[in-house]
Design a protein around this ligand. Structure first.
Ligand code: FAD
Length: 461
């Protein structure tokens, strides 16, 4: 029997449209799929708690799918290059197939794997177009989304999805695998994941069910996507983040839909590619402001305010609903993510990196590129960003996007507040329900933010 090849799975936990799996199978060699839980390669931050919950169930689902293909998923823990080198030695494998990943820690791990003398063959498949390939006429990366999106569309449609292999050749001996339960990815005491279980079905099958549910609704996406009280978006983000479905599969599933809604949805997938392209050219986007003037921003060190924000106790119902939805389900509506980010950075004057860190730990879709690009967009410090001085008024946003029922769902103490009062309950309602006063009034927060911005401008020269 020929030497086996390793299939190194990371955030590409699927069998269909998986070009690395396809290449491994097409090599004609037995294939050993492996997932390495790597908490050792230095990285921006270790995987957060919500992502670990998702990972457990996604690996479980992938294991079952592989068993149905007479294959297995080998689980190992440790530094990627060491684990892969050990596995190569144990099995006689010399080649590793994997999908490209662009986070700086993965690039480092890949270099170390190649340095260990292993033949690492990387394939594209997690983005609409290979990150770094959509450049301006001068060959430089796009900084601004709109020209990026225009150029990306010239590369579309993405290649048609690669079919799931019927059979995955197995090696004569399987190497040892860890037991998933021993990784302790699920919470025990307290078990905070009840709301997660009610909301999500991690795994490739769950991803396709979400996509199928969304296909019929896509034409309404244009209007519905900004309304937190409706389920108007696809909720595919964690499935995309873990690579249980590819963006090409999403694109092709909607290719006959020329409604405005479907077109806007495609452009949101374009944002995902855009964010990834930013970290390819600026790997420390999650740690440093892209606009260096923001190194001089006089951030406030206010732990009480940060904690009130994290736990949904700011006294702004739309913000508190969003933060509690996040805690309960591991996900938050995009419009509300923008509102809560703006309140933290501008009204509370807290460094965007504190918010980025909380989201990293609590989001099931936590993604290095998307999280840092969106936080820097909200802060005004990114390459294509909202102007810092355009300060969102949370109460107006709540009314404009009709968030009443959303608030009633996620802030139960306000569930019986009727009409428009839900957006800004009276002092009497707050007193009766125990719902807090606003942590800072809008006008005061706004003035303080603009003052801090002026200090930064002066300091930056
Ligand atoms: P849909 O509206 O159905 O969009 C489809 C897909 O397009 C999404 O699944 C996502 O992959 C992509 N997409 C949509 N909006 C954006 C966007 N603004 N930027 C990049 N891609 C987008 N998204 C993450 O996946 N991970 C994160 O860590 C993350 N952090 C964020 C932090 C902040 C402060 C903000 C404002 C946004 C963040 N987003 C992040 C982007 C966005 O909020 C989510 O992708 C979206 O809410 C996911 O829901 P959905 O799948 O229903 O999206």
């Amino acid at each position: 029997m020929s030497k086996p090849v390793l299939l190194w799975l990371r955030r590409d936990l699927r069998l269909a449209d998986q070009p690395a799996l396809r290449a491994a199978v097409d090599s004609g060699s037995p294939v050993i799929p492996v997932y390495v839980l790597d908490d050792e390669t230095p990285r921006h931050r270790k995987m957060g708690g919500a992502s670990r919950w998702w990972l457990h169930l996604s690996l479980q689902s992938l294991s079952q799918d592989l068993l149905q293909h007479d294959s297995r998923l080998i689980l190992r823990r440790g530094r990627s290059e060491e684990v892969l080198a050990d596995l190569a030695e144990e099995t006689g494998a010399e080649t590793i197939h994997a999908l490209h990943h662009h986070e700086p820690w993965w690039l480092n791990a890949e270099k170390a794997v190649a340095k260990a003398g292993l033949d690492l063959q990387l394939h594209h498949g997690n983005y609409l177009a290979p990150p770094g390939s959509v450049t301006s006429g001068a060959g430089t990366p796009y900084r601004i989304y709109t020209p990026f999106w225009r150029a990306l569309q010239q590369h579309m449609p993405p290649p048609p999805p690669v079919a799931k292999p019927r059979h995955i050749p197995a090696p004569s001996h399987w190497p040892r695998s860890d037991d998933l339960a021993d990784w302790h990815l699920l919470p025990t005491k307290p078990d905070w994941a009840g709301g997660f279980r009610a909301e999500w079905t991690p795994g490739e099958k769950g991803a396709h069910e979400r996509l199928n549910d969304f296909i019929d609704e896509a034409r309404h996406y244009g209007e519905a996507r900004n309304l937190p009280s409706q389920e108007g978006t696809s909720r595919l983000s964690p499935h995309l983040a873990f690579g249980e479905i590819s963006p090409a599969q999403c694109w092709h599933a909607l290719e006959d839909d020329d409604s405005e809604g479907a077109q806007i949805f495609r452009s949101e997938l374009g944002w995902r590619d855009y964010a990834q392209n930013q970290i390819v050219s600026m790997p420390d986007y999650g740690a440093r402001p892209a606009n260096p003037a923001f190194e001089h921003f006089p951030w406030r060190d206010d732990l009480d305010a940060l904690e009130a924000w994290e736990h949904g106790r700011t006294g702004y119902p739309i913000v508190d609903a969003g933060m509690r939805q996040l805690w309960h389900t591991g996900w938050m509506h995009n419009r509300v993510r923008m509102i809560v980010a703006s309140l933290l950075i501008k009204h509370l004057g807290i460094d965007w990196r504190a918010g980025e860190c909380w989201f990293w730990d609590t989001l099931v879709d936590a993604d290095y590129a998307q999280n840092s690009v969106n936080w820097q967009w909200s802060a005004g410090s990114g390459v294509d960003a909202n102007q810092f001085t355009r300060i969102m008024a949370p109460l107006t946003q709540s009314e404009k996007f009709n968030a009443g029922d959303y608030i009633r769902q996620w802030v139960p103490e306000l569930a019986s507040v009727e009409g428009d009062e839900i957006h800004n309950p009276s002092a009497l309602v707050r007193h009766k329900t125990g719902y807090p006063e606003m942590i800072v009034a809008h006008v005061e927060g706004r003035e303080r933010a603009l003052g801090a911005y002026r200090v930064m401008k002066t300091a930056a020269g």
